[in-house]
Design a protein around this ligand. Sequence first.
Ligand code: IPD
Ligand code: CA
Length: 250
Amino acid sequence: MNLSNQQLLDIASKIAKKVGKKLARKANGKVRTKSIDKHDIKLIEDEESENLIVKYLWKKSEIPILGEENHQETEFLNGKVWIVDPIDGTVNFSRGIPIASVSIALWENGQPLLGIVYDFNHDILYSGIIGVGAFRNGKKMMVSQNQKKSDSILFTGKPILSQLDDSVIKQWFGYFEEFRKVRMIGSASLSLCFVACGNGDVYAEDHIQLWDFAAGITLVQAAGGKITYEKSNKNKFSYIVKATNGQIQF
Ligand code: IPD
Ligand code: CA
């Protein structure tokens, strides 16, 4: 199968919308818990959604798939790989907080190619292809033009893999001082979409896992922003990620 990037984007958008619409019907917090620990929760809905996405992507594209729930064995640094987070913002979703997405990226040789993030609570589809552009429900989106941190909003989070020690707290104090506002909305993918469409200006999170940021970071780059992602030492999929509007020094 030799599909164009646009055809691949359409495939990912179609299944994300289908699965997202199903999730939206459950967005009242009436969910089925699979496992729970101190700072994380896994739902049957995570697993079911991933299975639907994987089945569809494989049928339509035959490209290997890496997924948060049950598909972590795929080698993702060689060739094209779909990277799937069936629900990014699971804790929000489990409590009926309407900040969560279905997130699908296509990367090639460890670099972003295209991505979609479906905000199923608000029926907003963010999509983008590197070198082509990024779109919010089909309308072109661009990063903000802010140049100063003091005019800017920073999105961050506290991933399950990171420890909250003095150095992290100190870093966060710095953020609160420097930026106009700091936001922790519980969904890396939507935080990155807000940077991509110019509602925010910077996203930074340490030890965050590939599926949480792969699609969102692709959108920031496609929308004209600057991204960096460096491997961190927590596990095979953990990264230190920064994404900006390309103007702010960070
Ligand atoms: C989580 C969200 C959150 C981030 C956590 C992730 P999940 O993803 O992206 O913003 O801070 O590190 O685990 O578990 O809801 O897919
Ligand atoms: Ca998830």
